[in-house]
Design a protein around this ligand. Structure first.
Ligand code: EPU
Length: 321
């Protein structure tokens, strides 16, 4: 069935969704908005939102949707997504409630995809486990961090992944971290694969030292990036294969504070677009982003790549933008 293009298809799809929700006992809600579900607080209506609470539930729902040909995609904390203002005619599988307690075994920790990344960083630091303290203040889920290969202050999530539990084509597969491609803010995971959770392998170290390093990273982030603002982190990637900072270059182009409707280039870090006010729209953020890209192209001859995921109203392949 894929995306719904007619009233009949919509009716069939809606009946399939209701049937799956009733049979699995997983909550499904109609008509939620991306504006409530993403950190940029913009974006349109979603046909259906599934809210599983365990890895098993999430895997079953994904498998059933796949089997019935229903188009679906996955959202974590929504802190790296700009979803457009139009209606989104697909089913969203939210992983934010799949966040049962992390379980420890020596230097291994197993955690579900919806678990908060900052919370995990604190948990492991308390146990004297090192390897992710640089990721401390990144506002996202573990699943989101795995999906887009999060990194900061010398730490990359891919460096500590032992295995990832992935639901794929109705089956749960345990994928070794070494079989996954961990690129700069990009991985080999694909749309249609649901990351359920992971086991990380960390190193023992003095909890005080870990805390100190985590604090240091947090202070740096606090001093150089906006906090409390409605953002999706860095909007563009740094130009690959260079030591250039996109933020520094946008700053030098004099664009801090530049506005389009309810979207603003952050006065704190120029690679952050923040939204303001009740009437901010995704199209404001997009217009501002495209203006930055256009000037960047003109002044530096460089094509900026989006770091946030742009979600149109249909289901796209990863990397399609
Ligand atoms: N700078 C400016 N003006 C600005 C922004 C930065 O002059 O508006 C200067 C800084 O003073 C510094 C240099 O540019 O000298 C680099 O800035 P920063 O340390 O903030 O690093 P970045 O390259 O802009 C990257 C990641 C961040 C990550 C930090 C720290 C990307 C696109 N950004 O930023 O990741 O937190 O390093 O590791 O790779 C994200 O992924 O969403 C993100 C924010």
């Amino acid at each position: 069935m894929g995306e719904v293009n007619s009233i009949t298809e919509k009716k069939t799809r809606d009946a399939a969704v209701r049937e799956i929700a009733a049979r699995t006992g997983v909550r499904a809600e109609e008509g939620r908005r991306f504006a409530e579900l993403t950190s940029l607080r913009v974006g349109g209506r979603i046909d259906w939102l599934f809210l599983p609470e365990t890895e098993e539930e999430a895997a079953v729902v994904a498998g059933e949707l796949g089997a019935k040909g229903v188009a679906w995609r996955v959202l974590g904390a929504g802190s790296n997504v700009l979803a457009d203002d139009a209606d989104h005619h697909y089913v969203l599988l939210s992983m934010r409630e799949v966040k049962g307690a992390a379980s420890f075994d020596a230097e291994h920790v197993s955690v579900s995809a919806g678990y908060s990344l900052p919370r995990l960083c604190v948990d492991v630091a308390r146990r004297g486990l090192s390897g992710i303290e640089g990721l401390g203040g990144i506002p996202g889920t573990v699943g989101g961090a795995l999906w887009m290969s999060a990194g900061a202050y010398g730490h990359e999530i891919g460096q500590v992944v032992e295995t990832v539990r992935v639901a794929r084509g109705g089956q749960v597969i345990v994928v070794p971290g070494t079989e996954i491609k961990w690129d700069y803010r990009h991985t080999s995971f694909r749309e249609g694969e649901l990351l359920l959770g992971a086991t990380l392998v960390l190193r023992h170290d003095d909890p005080e030292k870990i805390k100190e390093r985590m604090e240091e990273a947090k202070q740096k982030r606090f001093a150089t990036q906006p906090h409390g603002a409605r953002s999706a982190g860095c909007f563009f990637k740094n130009p690959p294969g260079s030591n250039l900072s996109t933020g520094k270059m946008i700053d030098e182009m004099g664009m801090k504070g530049e506005k389009r409707g309810g979207a603003v280039v952050s006065p704190v870090h120029a690679n952050f677009i923040v939204t303001e006010g009740e009437n901010a729209r995704a199209e404001d953020a997009l217009a501002l982003a495209e203006e930055i890209r256009e000037r960047f192209r003109r002044e530096h001859g460089i094509e900026l790549e989006y770091e946030v995921e742009l979600w149109g109203s249909g289901v796209k392949e990863k990397g399609e933008g």
